[in-house]
Design a protein around this ligand. Structure first.
Ligand code: ZN
Length: 180
């Protein structure tokens, strides 16, 4: 941030008194502009032992497959955000959602939170941010064309759960150096 969102004056990086790291501080009104990680909420929508994926119509990773997920809005819960993203990206309504996974991505200041739930009536069609949406069995998943590491990890965990007939929660960290 170069300018104060409160008064418009220039900001500079300083360690405020009592703090231990640099913040954008306004030279004029002394407002400290804290920047913190963003939360992305998403779903693993399932139907008939298949998972619903969306092919991205937007950058980044246009044309690659992803789980419905997006930035949480103010005044909503994580679960509400995850269900909203499924509606927006896949026009899929989800029932019986359960908490399913949390991923820290410290190198890009993001936290992903996933829920798993059933697609009501197996009904879906592409939202404006999706080129197509489709149900995949484990063998049909386009593993080489997934948009983000978090999608691959969540899917592999899901199919492991199916195999073991449980619904374990995934917790993990994805770093810059993450490789398949
Ligand atoms: Zn200011």
């Amino acid at each position: 941030m170069n300018f104060c969102s409160d008064c418009g004056n220039a900001t500079s990086l300083k360690i405020p008194i009592g703090d231990n790291r640099e913040r954008s501080v306004c030279e004029n009104c002394d407002t400290i502009h804290y920047q913190n990680p963003k939360i992305i909420a998403g779903c693993v929508p399932t139907f008939d032992n298949k998972v619903l994926l969306c092919r991205r119509a937007i950058e980044p990773r246009l044309g690659f497959w992803t789980l419905p997920a997006g930035f949480m809005e103010n005044n909503e819960t994580c679960l509400e955000a995850a269900l909203r993203e499924s509606e927006e990206e896949a026009h899929a309504s989800i029932e019986n959602p359960i908490f399913y996974g949390i991923f820290d991505l410290p190198h890009i200041n993001q936290v992903y939170i996933f829920y798993q739930g059933d697609v009501i009536d197996g009904s879906y069609h592409p939202g404006i941010e999706s080129l197509e949406v489709k149900l995949f069995t484990e063998n049909d998943i386009p593993w080489k064309f997934l948009a983000f590491p978090v999608v691959e990890l969540m899917l592999r965990h899901h199919f492991k759960n199916i195999k073991n007939k449980n619904s374990d929660i995934y917790t993990g960290t994805i770093n810059k150096s993450w490789k398949k």
